[in-house]
Ligand binder design. Structure first.
Ligand SMILES: C[S@@+](CC[C@H](N)C(=O)[O-])C[C@H]1O[C@@H](n2cnc3c(N)ncnc32)[C@H](O)[C@@H]1O
Length: 226
C-alpha cells in the first residue's frame, strides 16, 4: 500500500478532495493510505506558535524550524522509507514524469507551508523541493492535493482501465492527448470529425496520432514564444 503523509496546519483541507471520485476509491480499495499530521501539535510554547517574524525585517511571518522539523521527524519515525517533499514555489517544477517517479517510492510525505513560507534551514531536512508552477498559492495544501491526485491515478489498479493513464497527456514526454468527442454527432452546428464515425480503426488511430502531434507542436511553440 502506498502511504502518503501530509504535514499541514490545515488537515481539514483534504477531507473533501479525498472523499470523492478516484482518491476515495483508491483509499477504500486499500491501494493508498493518506494520513495528515498537524504541525501545530509540535509547537513547544504555551501559545502553540508555529510562525515568527523574519530576521532582517520585512512583511509577513515564516514557519519556524522547530515544529516543522519535529513533524518531519514524526513522519520519518512512522515510515522510515518515506520521501519527504517540501511544496514551495522555488522547487523543481512538478510534472507527469515526477508523478510517476513518486509512485515508485514506498511512500511520500508532503510538507505544506503557509505565511511567507519556511525558514530556509528546514530545506536541509527534506529530500526534495517541488513547485506546482510559476504562481503563488496561499498555502502548500492545494499544491499537495494536486500532486497527490496525480500520483494516486498512476498507482497500479487505481484506474478502471490501465490504458487510460498510459494514453493521458504527458505520459510520453511533451505529447498531449488527442481531441475527444461524444454524443451528439452534431452540437450547435459543430460536427464530430467524420473519420471518427467511419469505423475504420487504422484511419482513426492515424487521425488521433496526427492530432496529438499537432496539438503538442502548437503547445511547444507557444511555450517557446513565452
Ligand atoms: C504564500 S506562499 C509563500 C510564497 C513565498 N513568499 C514566495 O514568494 O516564494 C505559502 C506557501 O504556499 C505554498 N506554495 C505557494 N505557491 C506554491 C507553488 N507554486 N508550488 C508549491 N507550493 C506553493 C508553499 O508551501 C509556501 O510555503
Amino acid at each position: 500500500m502506498f502511504h502518503a503523509q501530509i504535514l499541514t496546519l490545515f488537515p481539514e483541507f483534504f477531507d473533501s478532495p479525498l472523499s470523492c471520485s478516484i482518491p476515495k476509491r483508491a483509499i477504500a480499495a486499500g491501494i493508498v493510505k493518506v494520513d495528515t499530521i498537524q504541525i501545530r501539535d509540535f509547537a513547544t510554547d504555551k501559545h502553540n506558535k508555529v510562525d515568527d517574524s523574519p530576521y532582517g525585517g520585512g512583511p509577513g511571518m515564516l514557519m519556524k524550524p522547530g515544529p516543522v522539523v519535529a513533524a518531519i521527524r514524526k513522519a520519518r519515525q512512522i515510515d522510515p522509507a518515506t520521501h519527504v517533499v517540501m511544496l514551495t514555489p522555488s522547487g523543481t517544477r512538478f510534472s507527469q514524469a515526477k508523478a510517476l517517479e513518486f509512485t515508485e517510492k514506498p511512500g511520500i510525505t508532503l510538507l505544506c507551508g503557509r505565511y511567507e513560507g519556511f525558514d530556509e534551514r528546514i530545506c536541509d531536512y527534506v529530500d526534495e523541493e517541488i513547485s506546482l508552477g510559476d504562481y503563488v498559492l496561499s498555502g502548500g495544501e492545494p499544491a499537495a492535493m494536486c500532486l497527490l491526485d496525480a500520483v494516486i491515478r498512476l498507482l497500479p489498479e487505481v484506474l478502471g482501465s490501465p490504458e487510460s493513464a498510459a494514453l493521458d497527456s504527458f505520459s510520453e514526454e511533451g505529447i498531449l492527448d488527442w481531441p475527444h468527442y461524444t454524443r451528439p454527432e452534431e452540437f450547435e452546428g459543430k460536427r464530430v470529425p467524420g473519420v471518427l464515425l467511419s469505423g475504420n480503426h487504422a484511419k482513426i488511430e492515424k487521425w488521433r496520432d496526427d492530432q496529438a502531434a499537432l496539438r503538442s507542436r502548437k503547445r511547444s511553440s507557444e511555450s517557446d514564444d513565452e
